[in-house]
Design a protein around this ligand. Structure first.
Ligand code: 7TS
Length: 433
């Protein structure tokens, strides 16, 4: 059963479904034989054969620790690891390759800035401007920094339709604002924030800007120089790469002036028993053995994404999101979180008054093979503001299809009828209405 007619989709905006063949896991069956429909991509994506082969290729042929031994494998690993750094540099158009720091993920990247830049620069009464739609990883490190330094946190609210309230932003941004940390795409609302405008205004007020690109770098073209962002953070596992690797981009002058965050091997120039001097960038922020193989895998993921094209991926996801949004909006009693499709990308979260999100996710998985996320998606303050404790989220990527969206809708209607028999989904709209 489809809720909206299939011709409501613009197939010319979609990527060829044949690219699914690159992803072995997509032919898996789950929950007693249902073909897997993976709509939990905002949590973590799947990997194409090209990334899996790159990772196993390192372990089979070239693996050793990097920057250490003078032997063939160490040199090969080092070359591949540093090549991955150049790949990331080009991917986000950074000016210098040493502005790319490999971390364990977005969370690690943001913590590095909050600790290193925050502790060195925030003074009592200084303000850090965040938004109410931030992931916990862009809230808690700043709460901790505020507790250490006496800085004050302010939060930009959202409008009734789930967009950033830019009038409020203008009022909250003052001479006291030293730092603005904002997500480019909300992992719960799907909202795309106006980063260029935010950066321009923040810089005019004398504040630096960190962009949480965990949900944008995998889905939209990213150009740190065009946006003039000071710091940018994202994760490999949300963009077809391995888990355990992420990126912190920072402008050279800022990273140079910041003290190292973690101490240990690799980040030093010279060590005495009672003191040390720091290595130059990027090693200064890469203490210990770095995520060697995940970074090399991430480089293969970037190759894959660039071959498909970020703009084409974005178009594909927008079309799927619009399709899902329109179908879900026809279901009575269902509340979609966030703005209309033109302001969002990649995902749709929703809630029902009478049905808990976990029940949705369970039935969708068990009876339809559809994997979605249920809960607060690490945006608990946002959920509280919206007056709910949890929501169900379907998030898309380049390999998802309209037929999978149909299956999701079918499942949602079935759950609704199962748990709330009095509720009825609205009369179907004709496609041209
Ligand atoms: N920022 C945003 C906007 C995110 O969506 C996430 C992860 C993070 C930061 C943290 O990334 P990590 O790689 O360090 O964990 N978001 C989600 C999610 O929505 N469901 O699971 C993880």
């Amino acid at each position: 059963m489809t809720v909206i007619a299939p011709n409501a989709i613009d197939r010319s905006a979609l990527l060829p479904a044949s690219l699914r063949d690159d992803f072995p896991i997509l032919s898996e069956h789950v929950a007693g034989g249902h073909p897997l429909i993976f709509l939990d991509n905002a949590a973590s994506t799947q990997r194409p054969r090209q990334v899996i082969d790159a990772v196993s290729g390192v372990y089979e042929r070239t693996y050793a620790n990097v920057h250490r031994g003078i032997h063939t494998l160490s040199e090969l690993s080092t070359e591949q690891y540093e090549h991955a750094r150049q790949k990331v540099q080009a991917f986000i158009n950074a000016e210098h390759f040493h502005e790319i720091i490999f971390t364990s993920g977005t969370t690690d990247s943001i913590n590095t800035v909050a600790r290193s830049w925050g502790d060195a620069n925030l003074r009592p009464g200084d303000e850090v401007l965040l938004t109410v739609m931030e992931h916990h990883s862009n809230l808690v490190p700043w709460q901790q920094a505020a507790a250490r330094t006496g800085a004050v946190l302010k939060h930009v609210p959202i409008t009734d339709d789930g967009r950033l309230d830019m009038e409020a932003f203008d009022q909250l941004l003052t001479k006291r604002t030293k730092f603005v940390a904002v997500t480019e795409v909300s992992n719960t609302l799907g909202t795309i924030n106006p980063i260029a405008e935010i950066v321009a205004k923040a810089h005019a007020a004398g504040a630096l800007v960190l962009v949480d690109a965990a949900q944008s770098a995998p889905h939209l073209p990213t150009d740190v120089r065009a946006l003039d962002v000071d710091f940018l953070a994202f994760s490999g596992h949300k963009m077809l790469g391995p888990s355990g690797v992420g990126v912190l981009y920072g402008k050279e002058a800022l990273l140079d002036a910041m003290p190292p965050f973690l101490g240990g091997g690799s980040m030093i120039n010279e060590v005495k028993l009672d003191r040390f001097t720091s290595a130059a960038l990027p090693a200064k922020f890469e203490a210990g053995t770095p995520p060697i193989v995940p970074a090399i895998g991430m480089s293969a993921a970037i190759d894959y994404l660039e071959q498909v094209g970020l703009a084409a991926i974005h178009r594909h996801e927008r079309e799927l999101t619009r399709y899902a949004y329109e179908a879900l909006s026809q279901i009575e009693g269902l509340r979609i979180l966030g703005p209309s499709p033109e302001y969002r990308t990649g995902l749709v979260s929703f809630s029902f008054d009478r049905i808990h999100a976990h029940e949705f996710a369970q039935v969708l998985n068990d009876q339809f093979g559809v994997a979605v996320r249920a809960g607060h998606h690490c945006t608990q303050p946002l959920h509280t503001l919206l007056g709910i404790t949890a929501s169900t989220r379907a998030s898309f990527y380049l390999y998802n299809t309209p037929e999978e969206v149909d299956r999701l809708i079918e499942g949602v209607v079935a759950v609704q009828e199962m748990f709330a028999p009095k509720g009825r989904h609205r009369k179907r709209r004709k496609p041209d209405e």
